[in-house]
Design a protein around this ligand. Structure first.
Ligand code: PEP
Ligand code: MN
Length: 262
């Protein structure tokens, strides 16, 4: 908390990227890794537009067991290939505690998904790891519960935790979730940890993503995580909320007018 550590924390993400130090860190890439061509094309495009971290899911926590579940280790290998090709550090989700070691062999940043926010066994394992953790707020977590989940990681000794607001469930159906923009200043008051906004899962619609990125920056977030796909119509997951590379580049250009971006 701020009481224990008044100064904001900066977190080293690897590849020379630091979050929390004043420069906006933009993480971008597809929801799921689908093929070598898809991840390489996306990685090059988001890098050219100014992203400094590549996202991509290899283990996918899907609502339906019949939906695409991810390429698993083959997907992790493709992410490593994309890192080699671009120099971008990689953020990817670990869903199951038994896969922590496997995912850690490839990932620079370990993502905990919204559905695993209170998987305390997983959080404790990640607390023993020497890697930054991107912790997503659960779709029904209060801020206090969110912070207690972060505490599970910190208490084990891993101080490199990033908090990600990705929308919460409300009565509203126009958007997939409701981006709790006030979570940014509330978290800033209560904690020293860097705060990331995920406008893709928050809104569920690509057309709404740029505005919510700008809003996140205005509210004081330290970074963004945005889904980008070379052909959203054909995406294996979350196509409707994925920006095309050209749309992402246009958004980055606009962000540069008021934020310090790479
Ligand atoms: C994702 O990042 O693709 C994802 C599944 O996110 P969340 O856990 O926020 O739903
Ligand atoms: Mn997704």
């Amino acid at each position: 908390s701020r009481e224990v550590k008044p100064e904001p924390s900066t977190v080293d993400l690897g590849g020379g990227v630091t979050v929390g130090g004043g420069q906006l860190v933009v993480m971008a890439g597809p929801c799921s890794v689908e093929s070598e061509a898809q991840i390489l094309e996306t990685a090059h495009a988001v890098k050219a537009a100014g992203a400094t971290v590549l996202r991509g899911g290899a283990f996918k926590p899907r609502t339906s067991p019949y939906s695409f579940q991810g390429m698993e280790e083959d997907g992790l290998k493709l992410l490593a290939l994309a890192r080699e090709a671009t120099g971008l550090p990689i953020v990817t989700e670990v869903v199951n505690p038994r896969d922590v070691d496997l995912v850690a062999r490839y990932a620079d940043i370990m993502q905990v998904g919204a559905r695993n926010i209170q998987n305390f066994a997983l959080l404790k394992m990640l607390g023993q790891l020497d890697k930054p953790i991107l912790l997503k707020r659960g779709m029904a977590s209060t801020i206090q519960e969110f912070l207690m989940s972060a505490e599970y990681i910190l208490a084990e000794g891993n101080r490199r935790v990033l908090l990600c607001e990705r929308g919460i469930r409300t009565f509203e159906t126009a958007t997939r979730n409701t981006l709790d923009i006030s979570a940014v200043p509330v978290l800033k008051e209560q904690t020293h940890l860097p705060i990331i906004i995920d406008p893709s899962h928050a809104t569920g619609h690509a057309s709404l993503v740029p505005s919510m990125c700008y809003a996140g920056v205005a509210a004081g977030c330290d970074g963004l995580i945005v889904e980008v796909h070379p052909c959203p119509e054909k995406a294996a997951s979350d196509g409707p909320q994925s920006l095309r590379p050209a749309e992402f580049a246009a958004m980055m250009a606009k962000l540069r007018e008021f934020a310090k971006v790479a």
